[in-house]
Write a protein that binds this ligand. Structure first.
Ligand code: COA
Length: 198
């Protein structure tokens, strides 16, 4: 009887309106269009963009939210960086998160939060120690991001200090971190040279 009730409940439960998935090359056009709509043309002038330009995201850390038809309605990516150096002068590996965006028609349904949680869980699973970002503290504080751990770090360009936030996935990972954030991810592959026409 219990099994029958469980099956009946499953049958009538509302289907989830979105899923979180790994981004594929087929998602790139939709993702870029979504980012243009959500963040405007200035999005490419941000300091974070300097770190992302010409690089590929950290392994397994480019995620999308899809609606029931499979369309991209949300995006988040994380990037390999060095978050300054430790007191001993050792470069500190970390991740930079962003951009995060959700289709404006779909806001307030928990899609942004689902993307954040999935990305942070995957980052932790892959052994990363900390995630940095530049964004609205009132939004990101709910996921554990605060400005405290970035106070001796700088971005490579103008940034608002109260928007420069970090979350340690491993306790103490950013202890003593100071200096400039620099990109350390793999470069997009460059053309190997033009082939001469026959
Ligand atoms: C920010 C963004 C990703 C949130 O996505 P979402 O799917 O609507 O988020 P969720 O449904 O998980 O959370 C909604 C909650 O976040 C709050 N919120 C959304 N944006 C916020 C912001 N910038 N600052 C503070 N709170 C914010 C909402 O008021 C809502 O609060 P509630 O839970 O108390 O009702 C989305 O609004 C977006 O793409 N914005 C434009 C791009 C952008 O600014 N991205 C970077 C954020 S700094």
């Amino acid at each position: 009887m219990a099994a029958v009730l469980t099956s009946m409940r499953a049958l009538f439960a509302p289907a989830p309106a979105f899923v979180i998935d790994t981004e594929t090359p087929a998602d790139i056009v939709a993702r870029e269009a979504l980012l243009d709509r959500a963040m405007g043309p200035d999005r490419r002038n941000k300091s974070s963009e300097k770190i992302r330009r010409g690089r590929i995201p950290a392994e397994g850390l480019a995620l999308v939210a899809r609606d029931v038809s499979g369309h991209v309605i949300g995006t988040v990516r994380l990037w390999n960086i060095e978050a300054g150096v430790s007191r001993e002068g050792r470069a500190i590996d970390a991740l930079l998160l962003g951009p995060l965006a959700v289709d404006s028609a779909q806001e307030g349904k928990g899609i942004g939060a689902a993307l954040m949680r999935a990305a942070l869980m995957e980052a932790k699973k892959r052994g990363h120690g900390a995630v940095l970002l530049v964004g609205d503290a009132p939004y990101y504080e709910r996921f554990g991001f605060f400005a405290e751990k970035t106070q001796h770090l700088v971005m490579p360009g103008p940034f608002a200090r109260d928007r420069f936030l970090a979350l340690e996935l491993v306790h103490g990972w950013l202890e003593g971190a100071a200096g400039m954030v620099v990109a350390s991810g793999r470069m997009l592959s460059q053309p190997t040279g033009l082939r001469r026409a026959a």
